[in-house]
Design a binder for this molecule. Structure first.
Ligand code: ATP
Ligand code: MG
Length: 421
């Protein structure tokens, strides 16, 4: 293991979370090894403020839990302990080991294709480093000596701005295909390139993403598109053909239709901008735009088959959602608003005089209007109708989105409030 001194790495110690340092100290006082690891060390080296701090230790999850009051073990595939320190939550993970030896068959579980279903075999720091996904994510910071332990050449890759999978990329992608998405996510966010073998193996393993549970892929999609780097991420997904395993129909449409691609890319860029200036963003709008070209095409097909336009739009939305959730489990709280945003498109295009107020009062009006603007620019010009809705909003600003949420209406609240004693 290479030891990197403070003079070499130049990390600003004042950016290191006091909570993470306290957790490391407490583990060390109990005679365990403990380091700050992962994204935080990477970000510190890049002179960026880390968004969270992870700690790795040789204490088992049970041992960690017994050391910290209120600590909780979470996760199944990877057990993690959430340790609370003041307002911060520090994620503490136990060093992972190898799965290959016979003894470890019990706590790790691989499917016939090499996919890791469970990964709770413990090991040393050296084992742990090579179990991580990327070299830039496998650096261990010691807050006492301010040194960094680097076993995989992560520092060099940070300096040369390269994403490199640790070990044989094909094998690592087979173990966990989501690593391919992580590679592209970090490449987009950090503006790093991919090493040749890291990139080539993606071509080879892309189809394996279909084995990942749809719920995990949804979580991953939020990280891909909602973290402020959606536009470059989309470009990379497209380039490395990883959009297809997530959204098959969108992927093929975007690949063949430049207008659809620019519509989605523009929505991603808008969302990135909002994230950067601290405005709220919703997956319903972004996923609504991503899937809109497919809804639009399905709508055309149904209309040609003789369905009434309103019905056709309704069915198209329903079908596209049903097909999408087989791959990416979009929860109802997002898919229902997405369908409302789609269903409103026809009404916005038609400007029915008697329904104008109802339409602008709809909770999804703003989002639907934003989609209309994108469509006007990238799909086809709508002429008068965009200006019309812009005016209506200015005429009745208090009405915009003021109607009660039709989705929540009538449903009893799930959680009961407990009375404070
Ligand atoms: P972020 O800043 O987005 O949180 P991160 O690098 O901390 O980035 P996490 O998803 O929080 O990413 O994971 C923490 C660490 O766990 C990573 O840095 C990496 O070392 C390891 N890790 C996470 N997911 C995987 C995976 N699928 N395979 C191997 N190692 C992983
Ligand atoms: Mg993290």
């Amino acid at each position: 293991v290479k030891v990197i001194t403070p003079e070499e790495h130049q990390i600003d110690p004042s950016l290191v979370s006091p909570a993470a340092i306290a957790v490391v100290r407490q583990l060390r006082n109990a005679q365990y090894q403990a380091y700050i690891v992962g994204g935080a060390v990477r970000d510190l080296l890049l002179k960026q403020r880390p968004k969270d701090f992870d700690v790795a230790t040789n204490a088992t999850p049970e041992q960690v839990r017994s050391l910290f009051r209120g600590a909780r073990i979470i996760g199944r595939r990877f057990q993690i302990v959430h340790v609370r320190h003041g307002r911060d939550i520090i994620e503490v993970t136990t060093f992972r080991g190898h799965h290959d030896d016979e003894d470890n068959k019990q706590s790790s579980h691989q499917s016939h294709k090499g996919l890791l279903l469970r990964d709770n075999v413990y090991g040393s720091l050296e084992d742990d480093a090579v179990r991580r996904d990327l070299t830039i994510n496998a650096l261990y910071y010691d807050p006492d000596t301010h040194t960094i332990l680097d076993q995989t050449g992560g520092l060099q890759d940070i300096v040369s701005k390269e994403i490199r999978v640790i070990g044989d990329p094909r094998k690592r992608y087979r173990e966990d295909p989501v690593r391919m998405l992580r590679v592209l996510r970090f490449a987009a966010r950090l503006q790093f390139g991919l090493t040749q073998s890291t990139a080539e193996a993606i071509d080879h393993c892309a189809a394996l993403l279909s084995e990942i549970p749809a719920a995990r892929l949804f979580d991953e999609c939020l990280k891909l598109f909602m973290s402020g780097h959606g536009a470059p991420t989309l470009a990379l997904l497209h380039q490395h053909k990883l959009l297809a395993p997530l959204f098959p129909e969108s992927a093929s449409l975007l690949a063949h239709d430049a207008k659809s691609f620019s519509l989605v890319a523009a929505a991603m860029a808008n969302t990135d901008h909002r994230v950067h200036i601290g405005k709220p963003v919703t997956p319903a709008f972004l996923l609504g735009v991503l899937l809109w070209p497919t809804v639009r095409r399905r709508f055309d097909t149904l209309c040609q088959a003789g369905e009434h336009p309103h019905e056709a739009l309704h069915s198209a939305g329903q079908q596209i959602i049903a097909e999408t959730i087989a791959h990416v489990a979009i929860p109802k709280r997002f898919s229902l608003p997405m369908r409302e945003i789609w269903n409103l498109q026809l009404k916005l295009e038609r400007m029915p005089p008697k329904k104008v107020k109802d339409i602008i009062a709809n909770r999804r009006f703003r989002a639907a209007y934003d989609l209309l603007l994108l469509r006007d620019e990238h799909e086809q010009p709508f002429g008068r109708c965009v200006a019309f809705w812009t005016e209506q909003q200015q005429l009745f600003p208090d009405l915009v989105g003021s109607a009660p949420d039709t989705l929540a209406a009538g449903k009893p609240r799930q959680r009961r409030r407990r009375r404070t004693p």
